[in-house]
Design a protein around this ligand. Structure first.
Ligand SMILES: NC(=O)c1ccc[n+]([C@@H]2O[C@H](COP(=O)([O-])OP(=O)(O)OC[C@H]3O[C@@H](n4cnc5c(N)ncnc54)[C@H](O)[C@@H]3O)[C@@H](O)[C@H]2O)c1
Length: 481
């Protein structure tokens, strides 16, 4: 695609087209109507200005729902800069509407990896007091951990690590290394400046949370972090019910494929996999699940899904969806063994669930782009597969991600996490925290009225009988929902 990227001289933003802002604003208003929780949190906290003057950077899909989050953080007093966390997920009209408000935003649909990481750097670079001064964010909203990763590697480089000098294991890692080396010569000491002012990060997704726990376990985490993903009102709603709607949306917008009657394989039966498997079955597909975890495999079987290995499905399935957050789930060999015209896509955070690099470099395999984010690969034996969004998350690459109502739940948690991190910046350790169950229940409560839910109230006798306060929390920490 020939992108015309506007780099405004007056406002520091880089987006596709500022003229899309009016459309973006209309769609943001529609999203607000479906985000009752987030709008109530905005109304409740804006007068208190809990993030007054805080430098805040966000790396999270630049959609219309994220625009509502950004405007909430601004209303709470923060000085916000934003980039997307995926090269295909930006809604250009939403980005334009946000740029129009004066928030520096660096995101457009169809970035190259070089552009993506430059946008991430721009989003992390706040102006300081003097013209030459560059500062980092005090708080970060991260999705998948790329912003967090860049700062950690930057600090390690300035501490003498030679990681950037080693050849990257893939193209993207080399892009990160090249960017860091450039910052070393253009802005020496920048990453330590960033680290010294950085107070905390709230992480949106399973994959990013996994990375945070790995950093914390290695004693390398630079700041306190809040695991937003494992709020019940995030992972049990966004990951499950969000994907239940947005997976099919991505497949349909990309291909118009009739799902009914097809055989579909869902790799992974965690929260995202459950949403995907039930969605495809709802359309009339025969769904097969693959799992490594006996509990999740048993759950899938108890829901009536066939559970088997991927090898066992080759040649009989029409659709494959990876949902694992793990690498090499669909190998090149798997794709070689698929039947003609199989559709392959991923809804997990990163593109390494499918061996796209091997597909692109394999001898004799040709690629025909049907339209952006829809490619048909033909193998030497003549059979083809369709790959969506180049193996990146299909619901954001080929459609508009989750509906606003479910994102309202996720972004209530994000907003509360940012307030909490700032309020406890002097007392929190460099560990991974979660929001309290009381706040989790509060997020759910904020969404009941709009969908006509009437809650039952515990009587005093029931409350005493169960030992549960009338106004919650209603479940013990170990309860799994
Ligand atoms: N696209 C989106 O909108 C969206 C939304 C939420 C989460 N995510 C991402 O989706 C991914 C999954 O998230 P989740 O919350 O469902 O995680 P999860 O941990 O609940 O589920 C992942 C499942 O995959 C299974 N798995 C791991 N390796 C496997 C393998 N080799 N074969 C088969 N199964 C395997 C695990 O046992 C687990 O049950 C993550 O990358 C997450 O960040 C995407």
């Amino acid at each position: 695609m020939n992108a015309v990227i506007k780099n405004s001289p007056s406002t520091p933003y880089k987006i596709r087209d500022i003229n899309l802002s009016e459309l973006g604003r209309k769609r943001i208003r529609m999203a607000e109507e479906e985000m009752p929780g987030l709008m109530q949190i905005r109304a409740r906290y804006a007068p208190l200005q809990p993030l007054q003057g805080v430098r805040l950077s966000g790396s999270l899909h630049m959609t219309k729902e994220t625009a509502v989050l950004i405007e909430t953080l601004v209303a709470l007093g923060a000085s916000v800069r934003w980039a997307s966390c995926n090269i295909f997920s930006t809604q250009d009209d939403a980005a334009a509407a946000i740029a129009t408000t004066g928030v520096p935003v660096f995101a457009w649909k169809g970035e190259t990896l070089e552009e993506y990481w430059q946008c991430t750097l721009n989003m992390l670079t706040h102006p300081g007091e003097g013209v030459q001064d560059l500062l980092g964010p005090q708080l970060i909203v991260d999705d998948g951990g790329d912003a967090t990763l860049l700062i950690h590697h930057g600090v390690e480089m300035e501490d003498g690590s030679d990681w950037v000098e080693q050849p990257g294991v893939n193209h993207e890692e080399q892009v990160v290394k090249d960017l860091l080396k450039r910052t070393r010569s253009e802005r020496p000491g920048f990453w330590k400046t960033v680290a010294s002012g950085w107070q905390g990060v709230s992480e949106e997704t399973t994959t990013g949370v996994h990375r945070l726990y790995q950093l914390a376990e290695a004693g390398k985490l630079l700041v306190p972090a809040i695991n937003v993903n494992d709020s019940v009102t995030k992972s049990k709603f966004d990951n499950l019910y969000g994907c239940r709607e947005s997976l099919a949306d991505g497949i349909k917008r990309a291909t118009d494929l009739m799902i009914a009657g097809k055989t579909a394989v869902v790799c992974g039966y965690g929260d995202v996999g459950k949403g995907c498997a039930h969605s495809l079955r709802g359309f009339g597909a025969r769904v097969i699940v693959t799992e490594i975890d006996p509990i999740c495999a048993l759950q899938a079987a108890m829901e009536g899904f066939e559970v088997t290995t991927i090898e066992d499905t080759l040649g009989r399935a029409d659709v494959y969806v990876t949902t694992t957050g793990n690498r090499d789930i669909i190998t090149f060999e798997s794709m070689q063994g698929m039947k003609n015209n199989t559709l392959v896509c991923n809804i997990g955070h990163f593109d390494n669930e499918i061996q796209v690099d091997r597909l692109n470099t394999a001898e004799g395999v040709t690629c025909d782009t049907i339209k952006p984010q829809v490619d048909r690969y033909t193998f030497p034996d003549g059979h083809s597969i369709y790959l969506l969004a180049e193996g990146r998350l299909v619901n954001l690459g080929c459609a508009h991600g989750h509906p606003a109502f479910v994102m309202s739940n996720s972004f209530c948690n994000q907003t509360l996490a940012q307030i909490d991190l700032w309020a406890h910046r002097k007392t929190y350790d460099k560990e991974v925290y979660r929001l309290s169950k009381k706040l989790d229940e509060e997020v759910a409560r904020l969404h009941l009225k709009q969908i006509g839910v009437k809650l039952t109230t515990l009587t005093a006798e029931q409350s005493a009988y169960l030992g549960i306060p009338v106004d919650g929390p209603y479940k013990a920490e170990h309860y799994r929902y």
